[in-house]
Design a protein around this ligand. Structure first.
Ligand code: MSP
Length: 500
């Protein structure tokens, strides 16, 4: 089945940081897992290049917005392979095809009668590129996100009749209780809808860095309307000559951070309804990475975790693992170099890496590298029963941290099994050869099954281990714990997570 998943697209007014890496990695874990389930996956990410934030940053730097956008979009694009993110396309909202399709969709919204011209006056945050409604504004007319002073702005705009969708949005929320996940965010979004919707600006007259409004070329679309449509437009031109819209629309998952909830859970479905397009199945809202001290990460506080530093010191799999493991996906959580080190040493190196090395070394030493073709131990098999199904269910709800925890419980279970069965003692007693065969076959099977499930999280290391085990089936189905040892001749493996 088609499975379409997206990240938010990043502003190109600055360089990529850990928050962007986090979202891309989490989305990649889901995309990879779905491919392991033989789903027909399309994974989209990219950059949001129009609007005030970019125009202002370019002005500050004395360059044109296009120059700044080109430079930073290249940095965002270059980050993805460094994170082993397996996106199928990278959209830039400055793409000509994106412009064309945005105009086409929004013209339909206009033709359907959901726009009108009016005077807008309100409190505006230039960093969010957003007019704030009264109940969002902090004391002293400050932005709830950036905490900076909002400016009072007035201009003639095209408006989008968001208020006309009150009933249909309420219906969407009533019919699709998993439209927004997790539940807390669903409640937040629904409360926003039920509190009463006001029409919103659809265009800006004072800006020219954006997509031109086709029926009023002195205006450009307000950046959020152009940006949100990326999820739709990309499918039209990602594969030249092959329009993917029918195959993948609507999206299964939009993965976003909590600061952009309103746009994705209120504006976005309303806009799609106005254009007579189907709405997405789920919006998953993750939390924020915080500095190690629990405060917002900021250069001035000196509590920023630099993804490039982690990549240099520990490698890609370690960064991916750390972020998915340490911060419950959906919640906020502190991150820091010290915690990375602890997870790397205690879990990746000592638990998984060591389990792999020990198992392979014992197979070499006691059985010439061959996994005995005997029945595996039902006691260990029992601990794996239902694991793959549970992982599937959790990933279906984007619970990437929860699924990893279930897998890791079995990594620990296998380590306990080694201690309990002490194969090195069995090896001293020729009469216990059959028992040793069973223990080794079971451990080989355990690390194989675990590595299949770990492919989505730590693709390089899990693959290396599977290669050493001569196990090339990485489908989630293959994560079932087999009743017999594989009989494969395994090869030696350098430590997956070497001591540093
Ligand atoms: N351009 C808009 C999104 C448009 S989507 C149609 C935007 N860009 S952003 O660059 O500011 O953020 C991109 C994503 O990164 C958002 O989902 C945002 O929540 C996420 N994060 C930015 N900082 C973050 C953290 N510190 N922690 C976790 N995620 C964060 O918003």
């Amino acid at each position: 089945m088609a499975f379409y998943i997206t990240t938010a697209i990043s502003y190109v007014n600055g360089a990529p940081h850990l928050g962007h890496a986090y979202e891309a990695i989490a989305t990649d874990v889901i995309a990879r897992h779905m491919r392991q389930r033989n789903e027909d996956v399309f994974f989209l990410t990219g950059t949001d290049e129009h609007g005030e934030p970019v125009a202002d940053a370019a002005k500050d730097q004395g360059v044109t917005p296009q120059v700044l956008a080109d430079e930073n979009a290249a940095r965002f694009r270059a980050l993805l392979p460094q994170l082993d993110v397996s996106n199928d396309f990278f959209i830039r909202t400055t793409d000509a095809e994106h412009h064309r399709r945005v105009q086409e969709v929004l013209r339909r919204v206009h033709d359907n009668g959901f726009t009108y011209k009016g005077l807008y006056e309100g409190w505006y945050c230039p960093k969010c590129a957003d007019f704030k409604v009264e109940n969002e504004i902090l004391d002293g007319n400050r932005c709830p996100i950036h905490e900076i002073a909002l400016t009072r702005e007035q201009e003639e705009n095209w408006f989008f009749r968001l208020s006309a969708f009150q009933g249909r949005l309420e219906q969407l929320y009533a019919e699709q209780p998993a439209f927004v996940m997790p539940l807390q965010r669903f409640n937040e979004a629904r409360a926003f809808v039920t509190s009463g919707l006001q029409d919103v600006s659809l265009s800006r007259a004072r800006m020219n860095w954006g997509v031109t409004v086709p029926w009023d070329p002195s205006h450009v679309f307000y950046v959020w309307f152009d940006a949100l449509l990326n999820y739709y437009t990309a499918l039209g031109y990602a594969r030249p000559g092959d329009d993917l819209t029918d195959r993948y629309w609507p999206a299964n998952f939009h993965v976003i951070g909590k600061d952009i909830l309103k746009f994705h859970t209120v504006f976005w479905p309303a806009m799609l309804m106005a254009a007579e397009l189907p709405t997405p199945a789920h919006v998953f809202v993750h939390g924020f990475l915080l500095g190690a001290d629990g405060r917002k990460m900021s250069k001035s506080l000196g509590n920023v975790l630099d993804p490039f530093e982690v990549l240099d010191e520990f490698g890609t799999d370690a960064l991916r693992f750390y972020l998915m493991r340490d911060v419950q996906f959906g919640s906020d959580g502190p991150v820091g170099m010290e915690q990375v080190t602890v997870r790397y040493e205690a879990e990746l190196a000592n638990e998984y890496g060591n389990l792999a090395s020990r198992t392979l070394a014992m197979l070499q030493r006691y059985r010439d590298g061959r996994v005995p073709e005997v029945d595996t131990d039902p006691a260990l098999a029992e601990s794996f029963a239902g694991l793959a199904d549970d992982v599937v269910d959790l990933i279906d709800a984007a619970e990437v941290t929860g699924a990893l925890e279930l897998i890791w419980q079995r990594v620990r279970r296998c380590n306990r099994y080694v201690e309990e069965r002490a194969p090195w003692q069995l090896a001293r007693d020729p009469e216990r050869a059959a028992e040793l065969d069973q223990v080794l076959a079971s451990l080989a099977e355990g690390i194989r099954a675990l590595s299949v499930l770990l492919c989505a999280y730590i693709p390089v290391s899990a693959r290396r281990l599977l290669d050493a085990l001569r196990a090339d089936d990485t489908r989630v189905e293959a994560a079932a714990f087999a009743a017999r040892g594989s009989g494969a001749t395994v090869s030696a493996l350098a430590p997956l997570f070497p001591k540093r």
